[in-house]
Write a protein that binds this ligand. Structure first.
Ligand code: ZN
Length: 389
């Protein structure tokens, strides 16, 4: 079934070029982008099939680089709700992925959920039994028995870590997630709950299995160890120091910024009561460190950490913290694809890539708020939200 679809709009931002290109059309054949070309070069026979979106911009489908399918921070005590029954968690996960998809998020990188429900969701979407974003999943997040990790599972020492990785691998995860630190600095140093040797082991064993590694790590010596070990993505980095930013710049590790857990006051207030004062206290300091990372010029991706369907808001926070519109948009498109290792498939609008396309009213490079009002969504050549012609 290689049906051809042609979409055109006043502007096209392909995920790479700045500024957007005026009057462009995308020819989609089957699941893939066949060609991106000026509207006036379209063959006459094609013209009557074109869906033309006046005043709109076509851009790549969004990528949420850090989420958890069964997390819903709009619920009171939302972290406690991660201990709901697996049935409740799974039903919530299905609802949350619908929310993501209709917000224009065509790919999610899911960094840990309970009982491999993320694998079930991914497979169900791939088998087309349910509609949802393309999911890359981490299965059971690995955390130290005495450590942090609300959606992680405790593993004690190297033997259990290896067992944890191989259980994830045999279930078919797309990447390995582990927890090095907690989230807040608290008093003094940020402890690493994993030893340097355990971090090296996690990275090496995952790489041996052909999988990338993502780690919840906010700072402290664990962050240095992770960079030295060759970690693929550093999640949160809330307390990264200037010296560590320099080290990060020289490494192959990607930072993934997750603003809303600390920026969005409404979300902080939905935390379990014991966690609220600490988050409020460290909020300003953490925002200033995210700003330092953004201004360093190191490329980064962005994630909602469970704030489903609200990636546009996370992009807006990046801009409020000093990111250019283009860099913030890249974080949620091409850079997200690079972090996930799927930039040969998605993240930009180029011939040969999967047709993950959204349209927004107006120009998102001038007004990021347009991202909150997606008017057309195509995932892998299939209309999720088809615009009126
Ligand atoms: Zn997370």
């Amino acid at each position: 079934m290689n049906e051809t679809k042609i979409i055109a709009a006043d502007l096209l931002w392909n995920g790479i070029q700045d500024p957007p290109i005026p009057n462009c059309a995308i020819i989609v054949e089957g699941r893939f982008i066949k060609e991106v070309m000026p509207v006036n070069e379209l063959p006459a026979v094609a013209l009557k099939h074109v869906i033309e979106l006046q005043g709109a911009t076509l851009m790549p489908g969004l990528i949420d680089s850090h989420t958890h399918l069964s997390m819903d921070p709009t619920m009171d005590n939302y972290l406690d709700h991660l201990n709901d029954t697996v049935t409740e968690l799974t039903l919530r996960a299905v609802a949350m992925m619908q929310k993501d998809l209709i917000a224009g998020i065509t790919t999610c990188r899911c960094l840990g959920d309970k009982e491999f429900l993320d694998i079930a969701c991914r497979n169900t979407v791939e088998e087309k039994q349910l509609r949802g974003p393309r999911l890359l999943v981490a299965g059971k997040g690995i955390r130290a028995a005495q450590g942090h990790g609300f959606v992680g599972y405790p593993f004690d020492g190297p033997k259990e870590i290896i067992k944890g990785i191989s259980e994830n691998v045999s279930r078919g995860v797309n990447l390995i997630k582990f927890y090095i630190t907690g989230t807040l600095q608290g008093k003094g140093q940020i402890p690493s709950y994993l030893t340097k040797e355990e971090i090296i082991l996690l990275v090496n064993e995952s790489h041996k299995a052909g999988l990338k590694t993502a780690s919840h790590c906010v700072g402290g010596e664990g962050l240095d160890w992770a960079l030295e070990a060759g970690l693929d993505s550093l999640e949160h980095a809330y307390h990264i120091t200037d010296a560590q930013i320099e080290k990060l710049a020289k490494s192959d590790t990607w930072p993934v910024l997750t603003p809303s857990p600390l920026v969005l006051m409404k979300r902080i207030e939905h935390l379990p009561e014991s966690l609220i004062p600490g988050h409020k206290k460290e909020r300003d300091q953490i925002i200033s460190r995210m700003m330092a990372l953004i201004s360093s010029g190191i490329p980064y991706a962005v994630g909602s950490d469970g704030m489903h369907g609200e990636l546009a808001e996370e992009i807006n926070y990046l801009i409020n913290m000093g990111a250019s519109h283009i860099d913030a948009l890249k974080a949620a498109t091409i850079h997200g694809a690079k972090v996930a290792g799927i930039d040969d498939q998605t993240g930009s609008l180029e011939a040969g890539k999967k047709a993950d396309i959204i349209a927004v009213p107006g120009n998102p490079i001038k007004n990021i708020k347009t991202l909150k009002n997606v008017i057309a969504i195509m995932k892998e050549g299939e209309w999720i939200m088809k615009p009126e012609k």
